[in-house]
Design a protein around this ligand. Structure first.
Ligand SMILES: NC(=O)c1ccc[n+]([C@@H]2O[C@H](COP(=O)([O-])OP(=O)(O)OC[C@H]3O[C@@H](n4cnc5c(N)ncnc54)[C@H](OP(=O)(O)O)[C@@H]3O)[C@@H](O)[C@H]2O)c1
Length: 270
């Protein structure tokens, strides 16, 4: 079956009202982690069409500079902060920079992430897979959100958790490190949601399916599987920010979620 045809059904194109997007985004300051590539970069480039200030975080200065150049061509502004978010001291440096600049952040896109697919047998001597995925996918965004909650509160801001659909499904073999860390951050956010709400901060979570980025390229099994375009993922993030709903997931996600709920006992056996 033609994969493009399947993709058009399971990832229908979303329509963006540019006028509304402009009214919503104009003048806002948006912090994006993992802005040098993939979904983070696609978000930065999309938002930059609407006169915003972007704070771009990633490890590669070269790639962040390239993104910033395009943003400036779109008549938005960008500042760059090079940080390896695996390292807690570098997360602290980013936060010290934000405090020193007194940056009024309106939106935080928690996007930087690391994915690992590895069997238990091959993980026995690789505890570091777990510390690394936790450091980047869970602890760094926890530290950032704790530090910027007062700023977001003042701005009536929003936090976007760029999460994975797997978080809502039955856990599958070989994904323990990734799924545990993504689920931990999802739980942390959902647990804080009502308190953030009282502080005028909205939490938005996008549970993404496979997206065509470098994250999935090492995995050969994904090469012929339907996957969302990264620009479509960025559009969905913007629509989520603009809308009233607190989460977004593919329309068909209800089927594996429901099946998983009912067959857990059977699934555990197989
Ligand atoms: N692609 C998918 O199929 C998929 C599906 C569901 C959810 N997601 C989620 O979407 C988010 C973005 O993924 P993606 O597919 O866009 O990945 P990607 O193409 O690999 O991009 C990851 C971004 O994170 C940055 N990054 C990686 N390690 C970092 C570190 N230690 N410190 C700071 N920045 C770091 C990378 O920049 P540098 O290398 O310059 O640091 C890059 O900008 C992740 O949270 C992922 O879990 C992705």
């Amino acid at each position: 079956m033609n994969i493009n045809w399947i993709e058009s059904i399971i990832f229908p194109k979303v329509f963006l009202n540019e006028g509304k997007a402009s009214t919503f985004l104009r003048g806002k300051t948006i912090l994006i982690t993992g802005a040098s590539d993939g979904i983070g970069k696609a978000c930065a480039l999309l938002f930059s069409k609407f006169n915003v200030h972007l704070i771009l975080v990633g490890r590669s200065r070269e790639r962040l500079d390239e993104v910033a150049k395009i943003i400036i061509n779109h008549n938005s502004t960008a500042s760059i902060f090079v940080a390896d978010l695996y390292q807690e001291e570098q997360v602290d440096q980013l936060l010290a920079h934000i405090r020193a600049q007194q940056t009024p952040i309106d939106i935080f896109i928690s996007n930087a992430g690391k994915s690992i697919q590895r069997s238990l047998q091959h993980s026995l001597l690789r505890y570091h897979d777990f510390t690394r995925t936790n450091a980047l996918n869970y602890l760094a965004p926890v530290k950032i959100t704790l530090a910027i909650t007062p700023i977001l509160s003042k701005q009536c801001g929003q936090i976007v958790n760029v999460s994975a659909l797997n978080v809502l499904l039955l856990p599958i073999a070989k994904w323990a490190a990734y799924q545990a860390s993504k689920t931990a951050f999802d739980q942390y956010c959902r647990s804080n949601q009502s308190e953030w709400r009282k502080m005028n901060i909205r939490l938005k979570t996008i549970y993404l399916p496979l997206v065509k980025t470098k994250m999935i390229t090492p995995n050969v099994t994904y090469q012929n599987m339907p996957a969302m375009e990264r620009n479509e993922a960025a559009l969905r993030i913007l629509k989520l920010l603009m809308g009233a709903s607190s989460y977004s997931r593919p329309w068909w996600a209800i089927f594996p979620i429901t099946i998983g709920f009912f067959i857990r006992k059977f699934w555990d056996r197989i």
